[in-house]
Design a protein around this ligand. Sequence first.
Ligand code: MG
Length: 341
Amino acid sequence: MANVWTISLGLAFAASFGTATAQSNLSLTNYTYSPSRTTVGSIRTVNLAGRFKLVGPNASLFKLDKNNQLSIRPDVAKASAPWYDLVFERKAGRSSIRDTFRIVKDEFVHNQVIAHRGAWKKLGTSENSLASLQNAIKLGCMGSEFDVHMSADSVLFVNHDAHIQGLAIEKTPSAELKKLKLSNGESLPTLEAYLTEGIKQNHTRLILEIKTSTLGKERSMALTERILRMVHRLKAQAWVDYIAFDYDVCKKVKELNPDATVTYLNGDKSPEQLAADHVDGLDYHFSVLKKNEGWISDAQQRKLTVNVWTVNDQDSLRWFLERHVNFITTNEPELLLGMIE
Ligand code: MG
């Protein structure tokens, strides 16, 4: 039901997404609420002023004021539902825009632990599998990280390497990739299957790495657009944070959706530069941050998040915990969870 466009304006917005598919560019500044924080966020549109209203079955549970600021009724916020789907509509003359967002009760875990490719090592399952994601959720990690590539026919798959079982993902049709089995017996997951699994809960965030294409910049940009469209279609915005090695990909995420959170992986930009480009934080290799320790406090002063990868030994984990980084991405989530208990 999302993304219903009934007006010609839709084409202009679709064009800004570089595709003929109708796509709403609406977003919210925030998608969560709690019993103590009933203000959700405001609705943001690109090049489109005007007041929205709420329609549909859950409309009476929320309030949207004249500044398009959304809040949930306090008694509803206390209820046990983990989320509500909410339809926003704006009418102008004979045209209308309508879009649906999932507003999620904030029961997300607030520890520093991000399971790198899910939690797989200690439990002996495949990395980047649905099982590894489920394990990370069960353990109580703040986030579970995974990597996304695009097949020759533009279907999104979750895998770390650009190749799998001798096949280059980007040069292989999706029908062939869907036949592949991981070592734990699961099929190679599509992003759709992965996100669908991840949004069954509201405790662990989904840390989505947009992989750099081996076929060039244009394809990295197309991958970025497809990923954001899918997150929008599945109403997964409350769960997903983005990471990428390609700085242009980070900037593209913010261009497509200024409210999305994206952090940069490649370790070669100062906090000052990241802040200037509205990137939300740095997510650097531990060797980079050990060499440039000042970047940790510099980033924190600029309200950027600091994440470090991939830290697996106890001494290094402790070193970063003592410096109060926001997140540590690790293959040893059980060890790190034990240390912060
Ligand atoms: Mg990764």
